[in-house]
Design a protein around this ligand. Structure first.
Ligand SMILES: NC(=O)c1ccc[n+]([C@@H]2O[C@H](COP(=O)([O-])OP(=O)(O)OC[C@H]3O[C@@H](n4cnc5c(N)ncnc54)[C@H](OP(=O)(O)O)[C@@H]3O)[C@@H](O)[C@H]2O)c1
Length: 442
């Protein structure tokens, strides 16, 4: 009896030990990877991964392996030392489950489309980012850990658990305030000329859907998403949707805008506050949320106005100098826009050197903001080929400008669409104010 119990204990122990040993072996494999990583990163060691040479800084502070471009043209990231300092979602590690199941093909695909730096591999090494804290430190494995990466052929196996088509690699364009007027015409033109999905957005879903139906009657196929640019929640919902579905954004046209009619009797201070809230501050909000999503060769168009240029020329010399400065910061610009609103409330805006046009000042601010944003892109996304410009569509027959304007909405859309479709590899215009497809002096 005692002997039987002992045998049973032994059997139990054996099974427990076996599983412990199995775990230890698996851990050893992983730690081997970590020590390989440490060795490879010691100062005396040679360059660890020559095949991944030609790295350059990515906008997110990690590195992009150029030599893999052929296999994974869209793959980003995979720094070779230390965790990626970025907090950008585009650089978040992929879920561990993808790797543990050896479903690396899916992981790679997921990484590629989602622009993460999850998996890079070549015949002898791979770079892994996972949710496992031990492996987070071990980004580079001389030899792929067996339970993570199989043969190259295995890597091509489709992943059963991976929801195919969950993320689209289709290019995507978004036009704000596009249920009517110039915005609708921009969507129409992009549906014809842009190879990818084009999103008509509107703050009012009903108006948006009616506009989509109108374009569908013309045989076009715009997509729709709700967007009120003055509602941060609405902006962030669109941002998360774009990130999830497309892994970023290729074209952003900031077209939404408002203007009080000349005959409107609303007090000027209120007009100033309301107009700047939409045309300047809300457009800035959307840029803050969506610009980090811009993909390489992305295009951003801020629909400004000649009224902004004209308002600038009516400003005091001191203000003009500030608005034309090549070094003005976003914070300084925001303070100036806030000051304008405050000055109108105090009734001192003219004394302080401002013109009496809320719409004009809002567009001066938007053009200056565009110049600043272009500079910021030069600093943070150098080499990504993103082009950002402000433009004037001309005087266009819309609800805003009335029936006497000379241009049709489709004609008004020409310059914004030209800027939205600047060919890949173009190095300009960038950070300019463009009218009739020509760069204007600011
Ligand atoms: N028309 C011209 O001659 C002219 C000249 C120079 C510049 N622009 C600029 O061109 C752009 C388009 O003007 P437009 O003439 O086409 O004007 P519009 O016919 O009045 O259209 C403006 C669009 O912006 C939308 N919008 C306004 N506030 C919004 C918000 N908070 N969130 C989302 N969408 C919003 C409107 O939506 P709702 O329908 O819901 O109001 C509408 O779809 C504006 O930025 C304007 O300043 C126009």
């Amino acid at each position: 009896m005692a002997k039987a119990a002992t045998q049973s204990d032994a059997a139990t122990r054996t099974s427990a030990e076996t599983s412990a040993l199995g775990f230890a072996a698996s851990l050893r494999n992983k730690l081997r990877g970590i020590s390989a990583h440490r060795h490879l990163h010691s100062p005396s060691s040679p360059q660890p991964h020559a095949p991944l040479s030609g790295r350059r800084a990515s906008p997110f502070g990690c590195h992009r392996p150029q030599t893999l471009a052929g296999s994974f043209p869209r793959l980003q990231g995979a720094g070779r030392g230390g965790p990626c300092p970025s907090t950008a979602a585009a650089c978040r590690p992929i879920p561990w489950r993808f790797e543990r199941k050896g479903r690396t093909s899916a992981a790679s695909h997921w990484a590629e489309t989602k622009k993460t730096h999850a998996f890079l591999f070549h015949p002898t090494s791979c770079v892994v980012r996972s949710g496992d804290p031990r492996l987070e430190q071990a980004q580079l494995f001389k030899a792929p850990p067996p339970d993570i990466v199989g043969s190259r052929a295995a890597l091509q196996q489709p992943c059963k658990g991976f929801r195919k088509g969950r993320m689209s690699s289709t290019p995507v364009a978004v036009v704000t305030g596009s249920n009517k007027g110039i915005g609708l015409a921009i969507v129409r033109a992009l549906c014809k000329k842009f190879t990818g999905d084009v999103y008509l957005t509107a703050r009012d879903i009903q108006r948006g859907k009616e506009a989509v139906a109108k374009l569908q009657e013309e045989g076009l196929k715009p997509q729709f998403h709700q967007l009120d640019i003055t509602d941060l929640q609405s902006i962030q919902t669109l941002r998360d949707f774009l990130k999830e579905k497309y892994g970023g954004l290729n074209v952003l046209v900031n077209n939404a805008g408002i203007a009080f009619k000349v005959a409107d009797t609303t007090p000027f201070a209120i007009q100033a506050e309301v107009t700047l809230r939409t045309n300047f501050f809300a457009t800035r909000d959307i840029c803050r949320e969506l610009l980090p999503l811009m993909k390489p060769n992305g295009r951003v168009v801020n629909v400004s106005s000649m009224c902004g240029a004209s308002a600038l020329s009516q400003c005091s010399q001191d203000l003009q100098q500030k608005f034309r400065s090549e070094t003005i910061t976003e914070e300084e610009l925001v303070k100036l826009m806030e000051k304008f609103v405050e000055d109108t409330k105090k009734g001192v805006h003219e004394k302080e050197g401002w013109p009496s046009t809320a719409y004009g000042v809002s567009k001066t601010g938007l053009t200056v903001l565009s110049r600043i944003q272009a500079r910021q892109l030069n600093e943070t996304r150098k080499g990504d080929g993103i082009l950002l410009n402000a433009c004037c569509p001309g005087w266009v027959r819309t609800d805003m400008a009335g029936p006497r304007a000379p241009k049709s909405p489709d004609e008004g859309a020409e310059t914004p669409v030209y800027l939205a479709l600047l060919p890949p590899g173009a190095d300009g215009p960038h950070g300019q104010y463009v009218s009739e497809k020509k760069v204007q002096k600011w």
